[in-house]
Design a protein around this ligand. Structure first.
Ligand code: ZN
Length: 130
């Protein structure tokens, strides 16, 4: 079993990008558990409402308030707030796959959370399946 890699271009310093369609497109096996992993330290992955795009806008607005830029940060790269936000969001999600379809709830989507963009990001996918 080898991993699949999605390349996702982000355009904003901080944004949530709905990657559900790209993920669904690479689901190979009929049934199993799909792990989706973000191999970056200033971006992450989450599942939340995709029906109303204002939900992730609100989520992003609140995360920005929870973790403001701080001149006391020690990290010389100057992007500690982005590292903290990425850890709060987390770097992986799992979704069940049945008959080749992601088993997301009706309102759910899979989002790449960018906190230090825009840049090119990778998303790894691997499905454990029979
Ligand atoms: Zn850094």
């Amino acid at each position: 079993m080898k991993k699949e890699i999605l390349i996702i271009k982000t355009t904003e310093k901080s944004q949530f990008l709905n990657i559900t369609r790209q993920v669904q497109a690479v689901v190979g096996s009929k049934n199993g558990v799909l792990t989706i992993f973000c191999p970056h330290t200033t971006a992450g992955l989450t599942i939340n409402e995709a029906a109303d795009p204002d939900v992730v806008k609100d989520l992003l607005m609140k995360i920005e308030k929870i973790v403001p830029e701080d001149t006391d940060f020690k990290h010389v790269e100057g992007n500690s707030a982005a590292h903290i936000k990425a850890s709060l969001i987390g770097s992986s999600v799992q979704v069940l796959v049945e008959d080749g379809k992601l088993q997301l709830g009706i309102w759910q989507g899979i989002f790449l959370a960018e906190f230090d963009g825009g840049r090119s990001r990778q998303v790894y996918l691997m499905q454990n399946a029979k």
